[in-house]
Write a protein that binds this ligand. Structure first.
Ligand SMILES: [Fe+2]
Length: 319
């Protein structure tokens, strides 16, 4: 059967994509951010997922104010890049996985989550920036390392879905994946955030205390997050901080108890807090290497390997 081995949370700041596309990754301002994802890219290379489900939000690239689905699942064979502002990023067309996506659509809809099915959809920086941060830079005519199933969530126009609804959708997605007959290793991304506000009197708001508390609870106590009302996100994390509900879809697709593989947090990127976390499901007698073990093995120092053998390695880099 297919199974979700890990969840990845990542901000999707558009300026990070622009820095990568314009060769600025070695500039001190941007190096501080890109270096925080180097271990994650090593982890991803060793984990080698067969498919990635990426929860993100569209920024008026595929949809507009004329039509905004709450949850839109990409079931197409491919998804061309598009973007507002700077235009399409020079990244490859994203290959989909129509068979698994259609299976997820059927399972989740019959579980009473009313997804919109997208058989044609463009994808913007909300999805391609986290892909670059985790998969590394890929030339426009190259290939992303695995197929992707996009799940676009409306967090741009009121009312967005609740955190609880997102978490429960994650649960339904996990059930769907685990009922797919092929032996696929799947990872799921939650993207967006963390705290930021783009416009208005509070433009530039960043709340690191809130962000770090969110990451702590996401890792070890997600039930504390699922009932947070929209107003609390907006008050504490800024108007665009509501994007963080998308991380709860990722978290809902994981075990109740997970191993935190890696964490990175820094401020600012553009005017946004950058947060990143990798959470691995624990091995459950499948005979396959768990994502946490792969992560532990990817750290080369003997001292680290020894500690990893004793218990799951939790790494935190605090910016
Ligand atoms: Fe966004």
């Amino acid at each position: 059967m297919a199974r979700i081995v890990a969840g990845i949370g990542s901000s999707h700041v558009p300026a990070i994509g622009a820095a990568l596309d314009n060769g600025k990754t070695e500039e001190p301002y941007w190096k501080r951010i890109f270096s925080g994802f180097e271990k994650s890219q090593a982890w991803m290379r060793e984990t080698k997922p067969d498919v990635a489900i990426i929860v993100y939000n569209d920024h008026a690239s595929a949809f507009s104010v004329e039509m905004i689905p709450t949850f839109a699942l990409g079931c197409a064979a491919e998804f061309p890049p598009a973007d507002e502002g700077w235009g399409p990023r020079p990244v490859p067309v994203v290959q989909g996985h129509p068979a698994l996506a259609s299976h997820i659509a059927q399972s989740v809809i019959l579980d009473e989550f009313d997804l919109t099915i997208c058989n044609k959809m463009e994808v913007d920086h909300g999805m391609t920036v986290p892909m670059n941060l985790l998969f590394g830079k890929v030339e426009k005519h190259g290939h992303w390392p695995c197929p992707v199933i996009p799940l676009a969530v409306n967090v741009v126009m009121y009312p967005p879905p609740t955190g609880h609804r997102c978490y429960m959708l994650g649960r339904a997605i996990r059930k769907a994946v685990e009922s797919y007959p092929d032996d696929l290793k799947v990872v799921i991304f939650g993207t967006g955030g963390l705290s930021h506000q783009i416009s208005g009197p509070r433009a530039g708001l960043i709340n690191s205390k809130w962000d770090k508390n969110f990451l702590d609870n996401l890792s070890s106590n997600p039930q504390k997050l699922v009932k947070i009302p929209h107003l609390d996100y907006m008050r504490e994390a800024g108007a665009e901080g509501i994007e963080m509900v998308m991380w709860l879809i990722m978290r809902g697709a994981l075990d109740d108890k997970v191993d935190e593989v890696y964490r990175f947090y820094t401020v600012p990127a553009s005017n946004t807090a950058v947060g990143h976390i990798i959470l691995a499901n624990r091995e459950r007698g499948s005979g396959r290497k768990s994502a946490a073990k792969v992560a532990a093995r990817s750290k080369r120092s003997p001292a680290r390997l020894k500690r990893a053998a004793a218990r799951t390695k939790v790494e935190r880099i605090r910016g």
